[in-house]
Design a protein around this ligand. Structure first.
Ligand SMILES: Cc1cc2nc3c(=O)[nH]c(=O)nc-3n(C[C@H](O)[C@H](O)[C@H](O)COP(=O)(O)OP(=O)(O)OC[C@H]3O[C@@H](n4cnc5c(N)ncnc54)[C@H](O)[C@@H]3O)c2cc1C
Length: 440
């Protein structure tokens, strides 16, 4: 039986493992813990002290602490042209798996996708909507547990991969080191450890790309302020392009949720999530700006990284009242927040002028159709980011270009970013391995 080693137990790795089935010897090496041992300390402590970030690492990956908003399309959260036609079949299969392993029906809601007329009247804003299954963090964790148990997946926890070749994986588990041979290796390591993975690939003469990075802010406000908008148009996706050509978009709205910290090697960023059952009295959403190579020739990730570090001077994210961010008006206090692991700071002063002005323009434009979005109780956190590591060049089967048995899937590639698109990329890699295996 051929052996496949998968690095990372996030949605990409787990759904690749499940799709490989029983005809292969499949092992998943995961740096973090099983899902039931992962905790979100942000509500209780004032420091970000986890060595292994429970939000990003462990069974389910960052998907295990996600908001569980599953956008059932491959058009979003994926680079254009990265999915071949057959990917739609995998999406259908994935939808069935989600139905089968999700907690009972009351957890799951599919929201209507028709965009209300009044939003379409503003020519500067582009609204989009897609079918969505919402499970919440509590629901997604159940889904992951049920799926792993049902497929009897072999996951080795506290097992950090330190070196990868096409047919060999070296890892650190507890205090020991080990090296295992494999017929196929799938890198599904997500956005964390991206610097190490990139260096590892470079040592194999595998090229990576720095083409874009999404850098943003997250806004939090009392739940009632976003309710009207959400009742009409849940998880609204609105993009806006400035006259200078910078595109911004709303991202990941969390109704009745919290703002959490994601700990990377040398900085901490924010993100948002919510439970299906237990709601807070706050909602949050991010606004992301896309920095591209075309605009920033020195490299968008290089630029993004330097901005992120400045926003993280005291080792934690910072926050500021939305009024101060927009109007330099400091009389508003910032009492309302769910994240106690962020410091007060001056985001508007730290952001480069072009970004500050783009975020301001976006918000003022959005206010025209959704006036309550700018209110005196709202606060802004930064940084929020997507696509930290350089992109890995993969073909339509998610095999790394120039290799024979080495695959890269999910967020690690920098080509896909949603739970669904990451999971589908893993399933496609599994199908490709099955086909290759049938040939031999
Ligand atoms: C708070 C939060 C909310 C989110 N909400 C949503 C949402 O509502 N909807 C949505 O579509 N997406 C959401 N996302 C994004 C989504 O979770 C990710 O796109 C998805 O999980 C990426 O899947 P992945 O398998 O590629 O990587 P990940 O889920 O990041 O998993 C990668 C895994 O690899 C492991 N790993 C990394 N390096 C190594 C190594 N060297 N050795 C061993 N293991 C390693 C990590 O520990 C991690 O567990 C959210 C993310 C966060 C953090």
């Amino acid at each position: 039986m051929k052996r496949v080693i998968i690095i990372g137990a996030g949605p990409a790795g787990l759904f690749a493992a499940g799709a490989l089935g029983k005809d292969f010897e499949v092992y998943i090496f995961e740096e973090g813990k099983p899902i039931e041992e992962r905790t979100n300390h942000v509500l209780f402590n004032t420091e970000c002290e986890c060595n292994i970030c429970d939000i990003l690492k462990g069974q389910g990956g960052s998907g295990g602490f996600s908001d569980g908003k599953l956008t059932m399309t491959l058009e979003r959260g994926a680079e254009k042209g990265i999915f071949k036609e057959e990917a739609e079949e995998e999406l259908l299969k994935l939808g069935k798996l989600i139905n089968k392993f999700s907690p009972p029906n009351k957890y799951k809601t599919i929201y209507p996708v028709k965009i209300p007329e009044r939003y379409l009247k503003n020519p500067r804003l582009k609204f989009e909507s897609y079918p969505l299954i919402y499970l919440g963090t509590d629901g997604i964790q159940k889904l992951i547990q049920n799926y792993c148990e049902n497929n009897s997946l072999n996951i080795y926890y506290n097992c950090k991969v330190v070196d990868i070749t096409e047919n060999k994986v070296s890892f650190k588990k507890d205090s020991g080191l080990g090296t295992w041979k494999a017929d196929y290796v799938i890198i599904a390591s997500g956005g964390v450890n991206s610097e190490n993975i990139k260096e590892n690939l470079k040592s194999l003469n595998i090229q990576t790309e720095d083409t874009f990075m999404d850098l943003g802010i997250r806004i939090e406000m009392p739940r009632k302020e976003l309710k009207e908008l959400q009742d009409e148009f849940y998880d609204f996706k609105v993009s806006y392009t400035t006259d200078e050509g910078l595109t911004l978009r709303s991202f990941c709205i969390n109704d009745g949720g919290i703002v959490v910290n994601e700990k990377y090697d040398d900085f901490v960023a924010v993100n948002g999530r919510s439970n299906f059952k237990e709601k807070t009295s706050f909602s949050n959403l991010a606004i992301m700006a896309r920095l591209t190579k075309k605009q920033f020739q020195s490299g968008p990730k290089w630029l993004g990284r330097s901005i992120v570090k400045r926003l993280n001077m005291a080792g934690l994210p910072i926050y500021q009242s939305l009024q101060a961010f927009l109007y330099e008006d400091y009389q508003y206090s910032t009492n309302y927040k769910t994240n106690f692991k962020a410091f007060p700071g001056n985001i508007s002063n730290i952001l480069p002028g072009f970004l500050k002005s783009a975020f301001r323009k976006y918000l003022k434009e959005l206010k025209k159709v959704a006036p309550k979005i700018i209110n005196t109780n709202a606060i802004v956190y930064a940084p929020e980011l997507k696509y930290f590591g350089e992109e890995i060049l993969v073909d339509l089967d998610w095999k790394i270009k120039g290799t024979n048995t080495l695959y890269a899937v999910g967020h690690a590639t920098g080509k896909v970013s949603s739970f669904i698109s990451c999971a589908v990329s893993g399933m496609l890699a599994a199908e490709s391995i099955k086909k290759e295996n049938n040939k031999t």
